[in-house]
Design a protein around this ligand. Sequence first.
Ligand code: DGL
Length: 268
Amino acid sequence: MEKDKAIGIFDSGLGGLSVLRKLKQELPGEDFIFYGDQKHAPYGEKSEEEVRSLSLSAYRFLQEKGVKATVIACNTATSAAAPYLRELFPEDIIIGMEPAVKPAVEALQDESKSDKTKKKILIMATEHTIQGERLHQLISRFGDPSQFLLLPSPGIVRLLEAGKGDSPEMEDYLHQLLLPYQKEAISSIVLGCTHFPFVKEQIQKALPYPVQFFDGAEGTAKETRHRLEERGLLKEEMQKGQVELFSSNEDSSLMEAFYRKNCLPKSR
Ligand code: DGL
């Protein structure tokens, strides 16, 4: 039965696991097939055409596995390829990622009722997402462009994909990257790349004041539930779902270890 099929998820690599983690919480009975195109990461430094063509290959890989819906767990691939994939496969359920601009603006509005200092929202994302039209449309739809600071942060993806998420190099990189914001009143940070939630604590550590973080994973998980419900495709059986992981790298051990560390309940 169509309902019993898995949900496909893809990203350029490990970042999509931050979305899988939320999807598992939102839809615990569903099965998931995750594809991380680690061989071609980072997508954020590639051209629009390249990201589109890599996204199509990832999509086909999941289609061949027989998924009932696909989540593009990558802001860069959503911005470059979601409209293209939806045009090619109009009958399919294709869910994209959206940088969490709206919740960040709403939280800032609440905050500024009590605190009148002008605070800003910092958006961290790949170069590709920062340059893309989609982000700028979101910004003007929900906020005032002068409220935002945009910061391409390519080193995070590179270091994470090299297995250096918890390294002094990551600490140094974030420290340098965030130096210009040591005195600026930033109230919140939008993590506009799915890799970034894995270094949230290190980002906070690189700033001398507390910030609120927003990412698109929860909204994407809720949207996935909604889209499946709408088509009557939610799995009825309430047994815990299965997860299968695939990497385009020959060696998928980094991805597996990352999954165990970040997406499974901590063993005591
Ligand atoms: N995780 C991806 C995103 O959300 C892409 C990172 C990359 O490959 O550059 O944008």
